[in-house]
Design a protein around this ligand. Sequence first.
Ligand SMILES: Cc1cc2nc3c(=O)[nH]c(=O)nc-3n(C[C@H](O)[C@H](O)[C@H](O)COP(=O)(O)O)c2cc1C
Ligand SMILES: Nc1ncnc2c1ncn2[C@@H]1O[C@H](COP(=O)(O)OP(=O)(O)O)[C@@H](O)[C@H]1O
Ligand SMILES: [Mg+2]
Length: 156
Amino acid sequence: MTFSKGLPHFASGIVVKGFGRGSKELGIPTANFEPHIVKELPEEVGTGIYFGWAQIDEGTVHKMVMSVGWNPYFKNVEKSMETHILTKFSQDFYGRNLRVCMVGYLRPEKDFTSLDALVKQIYEDISVAEKELEEPVYLKLKSHKFFCTDKDDVKS
Ligand SMILES: Cc1cc2nc3c(=O)[nH]c(=O)nc-3n(C[C@H](O)[C@H](O)[C@H](O)COP(=O)(O)O)c2cc1C
Ligand SMILES: Nc1ncnc2c1ncn2[C@@H]1O[C@H](COP(=O)(O)OP(=O)(O)O)[C@@H](O)[C@H]1O
Ligand SMILES: [Mg+2]
């Protein structure tokens, strides 16, 4: 098994505001990256839906799914890079640092005939990602040094 072109891809940046549709319209919040992180994506990492690992500040490394592109259903003008972390949080984390490692490509972005159809497809993406991320080749990247924290260095 080989990685798709340009993967794994590591990115780190601040979580900024999007259109607020993720939570309100879809019930699936996505942490949007600041624009320069989107611009720094290498050409071979094209638009589409990805899965991988995500960490807020120096916290736990969680499973994630990510959408990269213009959200054809909503016809966005700005390209976005949005991460849905597969863990429920009691608080928002705007302004905090998000580190991601994109490890696998799922599918291209699509338009849908209804919001329900889009949401159903995202749940399917989540279910595939949950399973795929248990594969040893992907699991290994969860403990990549990119995610290392210096928590252990501050022993007293
Ligand atoms: C796993 C995943 C798959 C997605 N797939 C699509 C898609 O195929 N087409 C699309 O228009 N938007 C897709 N989206 C993006 C949603 O439309 C987007 O997250 C939503 O508009 C929230 O935007 P906001 O952060 O600006 O509120 C996907 C999002 C996720 C997390
Ligand atoms: N599991 C989660 N995955 C991603 N973001 C989450 C999650 N739980 C809470 N959030 C918060 O919700 C925000 C995203 O919600 P969303 O409705 O997509 O708004 P926006 O359009 O501003 O991105 C994130 O920036 C983050 O602060
Ligand atoms: Mg969002």
